[in-house]
Design a protein around this ligand. Structure first.
Ligand code: COA
Length: 144
């Protein structure tokens, strides 16, 4: 598996993964183009020349915020999510981030398990934060 920076040629494959993941934010192609231009940080995982996952993050002062993150369903539970998260955390070290933060749908138990296994803790709840369907967000943080 290869982890590398997200590029504009990845956008269509990312949109295909995203479309199959109703639990994540449904971004438009131009959002990912902004990532490819360096306005946000992003990485992709390639497996057998196919795009298997992606993670987009940004720096918020001394925090790393994970904005969107998914692994293609056939490639889940193979460690790809962990590798993408590791890459984001490595980037966070370059600006001495003290904390990683993210929001996740309250019903997204597989993501909650994933983050718990990477030392994230639930620190808050944003009622009715998500639409389609309406749902609370849980706010998770990890001390870096
Ligand atoms: C969350 C996600 C990115 C994790 O990617 P992944 O490549 O499967 O993660 P890894 O293989 O590195 O880690 C797997 C670990 O996560 C947890 N996990 C992931 N899916 C799980 C599930 N369905 N049930 C229970 N635990 C699960 C477990 O701790 C698992 O370890 P195990 O397989 O040894 O039990 C992936 O499940 C995904 O794309 N989900 C849909 C999109 C999403 O929810 N994104 C996050 C929104 S913030």
């Amino acid at each position: 598996m290869t982890i590398r920076a997200l590029e504009s040629r990845d956008v269509q494959a990312i949109l295909a993964i995203q479309a199959a993941c109703p639990e994540i934010a449904q971004w438009a192609a131009w959002d990912y183009d902004r990532v490819a231009r360096g306005e946000m940080a992003g990485w992709v995982a390639e497996e057998e020349a196919e795009l298997a996952g992606f993670l987009v993050a940004r720096r918020l002062s001394s925090e790393l915020e994970i904005l969107n993150f998914a692994v293609e369903s056939e490639w889940r539970r193979c460690g790809i999510g962990a590798k993408l998260l590791e890459e984001a955390l490595r980037w966070a070290q370059t600006f001495q981030a003290t904390q990683a933060i993210l929001e996740v749908r309250a019903s997204n138990l597989s993501a909650l398990r994933f983050y718990a296994s990477h030392k994230f803790e639930v620190v808050g709840r944003r009622p009715r934060y998500y639409t389609a369907p309406v749902e609370d967000a849980l706010l998770l943080t990890a001390t870096l």
